[in-house]
Design a protein. Structure first.
Ligand SMILES: *Cc1c(COP(=O)(O)O)cnc(C)c1O
Length: 398
């Protein structure tokens, strides 16, 4: 078992013992990085200022290559199948905008897909004459696998599903979806933004063609980082929608050669300090052990899912088998943003997930917004009790 107090010794946010301990429940938004992430990034910024960015980067070529190795280890893939990116949405759309689409083709999205994915799908549908359709949710909120089976035909070119939605605790049945979609030759693009760093991820077991994730959430990396995984044999056949002199080489006046692997989805310029910090975050997680981290998160979420419904006026809004670390809830008669602001005044950090982020799911459930508490492994049970006590006080109008 991980000891949260020992983990906190690595976290700058807890370093000042003279200040009240923050209760941090927003790892689904932007988590608290370990010291090594901060040090790695800052050290590199200093070095850039001393000798210029090119020389500073060339001193760290091995460490930069090791970033992909760490990510690949985390998701059980080859380093060549990883494209480093600056956000999950960038990574997702780098793949999505490269899937050939024609009039009449079908794109299927899960009901709890993230807004950015849906917006991109709608834009491409308008441009190409393809159509976007939502896969219904089953009674328990997870993607309805039987309904998907009934929707699939050869015109379906891509199935997009979210592993863990942004607004609640469910976990979608990815492998079943991959198998069904592959049966009709459709590609599967997994939005693993809320699962990477939280649940152990194995792309071979999930059988997805591509996967996107961000650095700043459960992985505890710097902002402006993320990655795309693309199945190697697929990456070698794809033409990214945009290229530069890193994703391709200009070899003849009218010829270019694509990079052989997933790096064809990367551009040359990037924030080197952030990328090194991101690598440090992934290695930190690998050292802790992704299975231990997940079980710590699951225990904390389970604790909240027992405590919160015991408070009069509080409704937990999670669906599915509710085993992810995102706990969503509402308080009768009080707007979620007001609950959040009141908690923030007590140095308890939670966020609000609004209808527009997961429009189909929130509309189907008649919800406008929910409060989202997402405890990472470094949160103590004492923190959780301080949080639920405060929620109880808000709910009671105190
Ligand atoms: C946060 C989030 C994203 C977007 O991540 P960015 O790094 O902000 O692009 C995508 N999908 C889900 C499910 C998310 O929660």
């Amino acid at each position: 078992m991980l000891d949260p107090q020992r983990l906190r010794a690595d976290i700058p946010a807890y370093a000042d013992a003279s200040r009240p301990t923050p209760v941090f429940l927003d790892s689904a938004g932007s988590s608290l990085p370990p010291q090594v992430v901060l040090d790695t990034a800052i050290e590199h910024l200093r070095r850039e200022a001393e000798i210029g960015g090119y020389r500073a980067a060339s001193e760290r070529l091995d460490d930069l290559a090791a970033v992909k190795t760490a990510v690949a280890t985390l998701i059980n893939a080859e380093p060549a199948s990883i494209a480093l990116s600056d956000s999950a949405s960038r990574a997702w759309s780098d793949f999505f905008y490269s899937v050939p689409l024609a009039a009449g083709d079908r794109i299927l999205l899960s009901q709890s897909d993230y807004a950015s994915n849906a917006i991109a799908a709608l834009q491409r549908a308008r441009a190409t004459g393809a159509v976007v359709e939502a896969i219904p949710a089953a009674a328990d909120g997870r993607l309805d696998v039987e309904a998907l089976a009934g929707m699939l035909d050869e015109r379906v070119k891509l199935v997009s599903l979210v592993h863990v939605p942004t607004n609640g605790g469910l976990i979608n049945p990815v492998t079943e979806v991959s198998r069904l979609a592959h049966g009709v030759g459709a590609l599967v693009l997994l939005d693993a933004c809320q699962s990477t760093g939280q649940l152990p991820i194995d792309v071979a077991a999930l059988e997805v063609d591509a996967l996107s994730a961000t650095g700043r959430k459960w992985l505890r990396g710097p902002r402006g980082t993320g990655f795309l995984y693309v199945r190697p044999d697929l990456a070698a056949t794809m033409e990214p929608g945009r290229l530069d002199l890193h994703s391709a080489q200009w070899v003849e006046p009218d010829e270019y050669l694509l990079a052989p692997d997933a790096s064809r989805f990367e551009f040359w310029e990037h924030d080197v300090a952030a990328r090194l910090g991101f690598g440090a975050a992934v290695r930190y997680l690998l050292d802790l052990g992704p299975d231990l981290v997940y079980s710590a998160i699951a225990d904390r979420a389970a604790h909240l899912r027992v405590a919160l419904p015991g408070i009069r006026g509080v409704t937990v809004r999670d669906l599915g088998e509710t085993r992810s670390g995102i706990v969503s809830f509402t308080v009768d008669g009080i707007a979620p943003v007001d609950v959040r602001d009141r908690l923030l005044e007590r140095n308890i950090t939670v966020t609000v997930s609004h209808r527009g982020s997961t429009l189909l799911d929130m509309s189907a459930r008649g919800l406008d917004s929910v409060i989202r508490a997402s405890p990472h492994c470094f949160v103590t049970f004492e923190d959780l009790d301080r949080f639920t006590d405060e929620v109880a006080a808000v709910a009671a109008g105190r």
